[in-house]
Ligand binder design. Structure first.
Ligand code: GTP
Ligand code: MG
Length: 313
């Protein structure tokens, strides 16, 4: 039995192995992944993003507990682009997640982009496929909402939660840099702290400015992840978003958009590799050198690489 087939029967060890191979950028999983892709498409994929220390992991832990109470199975992928791979969850997360770790209705995994040339978004999309095929009803993906690659990770999910904390200032700035647009729900976590009302007003204002009126108005939910305050309400809103997507017939369109982005990303990646395959690193460096010395415009450098490729073909 192939790994994909095993995953589909609920084999957790097979799932863990497949994810490790994905993480390593192992090309031999391609057929397994194709198999998984055809079997999948059932899970609701939820992305959780926000600045470092906003309480994302704590929140996800509580979300998972609440969904379990409601009879749902939950997969969790913590994407950790900076820290080296440790073979499982980071220590803090591991302790926090212990409560869930004996529950067979939960599958937790951390991932790093190290070793995967296609980048973290591609690896995450494939890991999501594994947990989807494993039969998880909800698959939660955690990333730090800082850079381009984290925003790209959020491209693979159905519902995006943006977590902010009171006393924002900086946080709001971070949100402005592209994350506001992708948020389907906004969470003010650490609502036990001062400044919750101010944070809420500021968020409301920004959402008002940016919103296009569609079938969904992103709600703002206040939580204290540490104690679990606000978690049932948040779960309710997340499930509502999922229901809305399906009710409004948006799921198909959302799938198409996600697939289009994924195919384009893969194509870009492959195209660059293919174009550069006959270009030695020295040759490439020489070209860059000419651009840096202002002998050549970057555009002309690209034309040259593409021209050389055609000639060689
Ligand atoms: N006061 C308060 N502290 C919280 C709350 N939620 C989480 N924390 C604390 O905030 C700290 C960071 O929590 P994490 O859940 O690790 O935050 P994170 O966003 O996952 O952090 P990174 O993954 O490192 O970006 C921990 O010490 C938590 O106990 C909350 O609602 N109130
Ligand atoms: Mg975390």
């Amino acid at each position: 039995m192939g790994l994909a087939e095993k995953v589909a029967t609920g084999d957790r060890r097979a799932a863990a192995r497949l994810i490790s191979m994905i993480e390593d950028g192992d090309e031999s999983v391609r057929t397994e992944l194709a198999d998984l892709h055809c079997r999948g498409g059932r899970a609701h994929i939820v992305g959780v993003t926000g600045s470092p220390g906003a309480g994302k992991s704590t929140l996800i832990h509580k979300l998972a507990l609440e969904w379990r109470r409601r009879g749902r199975t939950v997969g969790i992928i913590a994407v950790d682009p900076s820290s080296p791979f440790t073979g499982g969850a980071l220590l803090g997360d591991r302790i926090r997640m212990q409560e869930l770790s004996t529950d067979r209705g939960v599958f937790i995994r951390s991932m790093s982009s190290r070793g995967n040339p296609g980048g973290v978004a591609k690896a995450t999309a494939d890991a999501v496929r594994v947990l989807d095929a494993l039969g998880m009803d909800k698959v939660i993906v955690e990333t730090v909402g800082a850079g381009q690659s984290e925003v790209a990770v959020m491209d693979v999910v159905h519902t995006v939660l943006v977590v902010v904390v009171p006393g924002l200032g900086d946080d709001i700035q971070a949100i402005k840099a592209g994350i506001l647009e992708i948020g389907d729900l906004f969470v003010i976590n650490k609502a036990d702290r001062d400044g919750v009302e101010a944070a809420q007003r500021e968020l409301e204002m920004m959402l008002e400015l940016s919103s296009e009126k569609g079938p969904w108005t992103p709600p703002i939910v206040k939580t204290v992840a540490r104690t679990g305050d606000g978690i049932p309400e948040l779960v309710g809103k997340i499930d509502e978003h999922w229901e809305m997507i399906r009710r409004e017939g948006l799921l198909e369109e959302s799938e198409r958009q996600r697939c289009r982005r994924e195919v384009l990303e893969l194509l870009k990646h492959k195209a660059v590799l293919s174009l550069l395959s006959e270009y030695g690193p020295d040759e490439f460096d020489a070209l860059i050198h000419d651009v840096a010395r202002r002998k050549l415009h970057p555009h002309d450098a690209v034309e040259r690489i593409m021209g050389d490729k055609k000639r060689k073909n």
